[in-house]
Write a protein that binds this ligand. Structure first.
Ligand SMILES: Cc1cc2nc3c(=O)[nH]c(=O)nc-3n(C[C@H](O)[C@H](O)[C@H](O)COP(=O)(O)OP(=O)(O)OC[C@H]3O[C@@H](n4cnc5c(N)ncnc54)[C@H](O)[C@@H]3O)c2cc1C
Length: 339
């Protein structure tokens, strides 16, 4: 596997808010589904909240968001645009920028936590609490012609774009054991499925199971993806020179949390089977690092848009709940000091 970065398709450029002066209740790092729903909960709770977002949500290459109730098929840029306006309607700010460092800062005089968040352009702000919602990167196997079709003819998720490729000649390009189940899911969508083992192991029992479902197995490794005249995929060329016609390739990508710039927080990281990684989290996205929550794909790599948004909302509510307790503790301490 080579680290081909696929999650770098930017959404349409959007208006940015100014950074506020002083300390804000919460900074949300990442303005995709998880971050924006977390910010919405905080803004509606009258918390000062700033979302810092570098504008490359994972599903940016997709034409529409599918499997999302009431909003199925909405283009990602439109969905996130609406969500940014929701946050702003309640006084939250959404700032276009990349966080290059996030660190613990000296607590306030009454002991409340503080964090410094620095942007790549040098601007900085101080927050009482952080919600990290930076998503993940899909890492594709290194194969000539593959990355160019990512999110269109090269797909990973049967629930995101499976319906759109139903009945097509689909190839599963195996990347490891996860591809076996992936093949069964795509078999549900087409009768014409070829499994390219591509150097991965396939035991006899699995071959029998595939055969029973009419899934053809090709053991000869794939050398390159062949483009069709329409700009889509026409097939794959094997290392022996044969070309196998396919319109779609399904690939189980390696799921790597986007942790750049966040090392200073000391969040625990866990390796995933298959080589990926995620930030470890507990209930409502709380982490072992006091004052820092995580939500969405950065901690839950299989969460789709709906699940990521729900996780962000839950984390936002939890942050507000703990801030309410901290505010009350501070008020009691201040009262006691004047008695
Ligand atoms: C091709 C494709 C199609 C998909 N289609 C669907 C679909 O149809 N339906 C569905 O439900 N799901 C779909 N998904 C899955 C969906 O993309 C994820 O579930 C969802 O994006 C996760 O939301 P998130 O908020 O955790 O992360 P993201 O949406 O990836 O958002 C993370 C945000 O954080 C920002 N960020 C990262 N690092 C920094 C930093 N250091 N500083 C500032 N900002 C930062 C990024 O720019 C990005 O905007 C698809 C995925 C792919 C790859």
């Amino acid at each position: 596997m080579t680290a081909i970065t696929t999650a770098t398709t930017a959404t349409t450029a959007y208006a940015t808010d100014a950074l506020p002066d002083g300390t804000v209740d919460a900074v949300v790092i990442g303005g995709g589904a998880a971050g924006l729903n977390g910010a919405l909960m905080l803004a509606r709770s009258r918390r000062s909240v700033v979302v810092i977002d570098s504008g490359t949500p994972r599903n940016a290459p997709a034409e529409g968001v599918h499997g999302l109730f009431a909003l199925d098929g909405t283009p990602p840029a439109e969905l996130y645009g609406r969500a940014r306006e929701d946050v702003r309607r309640y006084g939250g700010r959404v700032v276009s920028g990349e966080v290059s460092a996030a660190e613990h800062a000296t607590p306030s005089a009454d002991g409340d936590l503080r964090f410094t968040v620095t942007l790549a352009d040098g601007r900085a702000l101080t927050a009482r609490r952080l919600l990290v919602a930076t998503g993940l990167r899909d890492v594709l196997p290194e194969l000539p012609g593959l990355a160019e079709h990512w999110g269109h003819s090269v797909v990973h998720c049967p629930y995101c774009h499976g319906w759109e490729v139903r009945d097509e000649p689909i190839g599963v390009l195996a990347t490891g054991p996860a591809s076996i189940h992936h093949a069964l899911l795509f078999r549900q969508l087409t009768d014409d499925l070829v499994y390219f083992a591509h150097g991965t192991k396939l035991d006899d029992e699995t071959r029998t199971r595939f055969s029973a479902r009419g899934i053809r197995v090709i053991d000869t490794p794939v050398a390159e993806v062949v483009e069709d005249r329409d700009g889509g995929i026409g097939g794959v060329r094997l290392t022996d020179g044969r070309v196998v016609a396919r319109r779609v390739l399904a690939v189980a990508t390696t799921l790597v949390a986007r942790t750049e710039g966040l090392a200073g927080l000391g969040l625990p990281v866990e390796d995933l089977p298959g080589g990926g990684r995620r930030f470890v989290s507990g209930a409502a996205g709380a982490t072992d690092v006091p004052g820092v929550w995580v939500a969405g794909n950065v901690t839950d790599p299989i969460a789709q848009v709906g699940a990521s948004a729900a996780a962000g909302a839950l984390a936002g509510a939890h942050i507000n709940a703990l801030l309410a307790v901290a505010d009350t503790d501070a008020a009691v301490a201040a009262l006691a000091a004047t008695a």
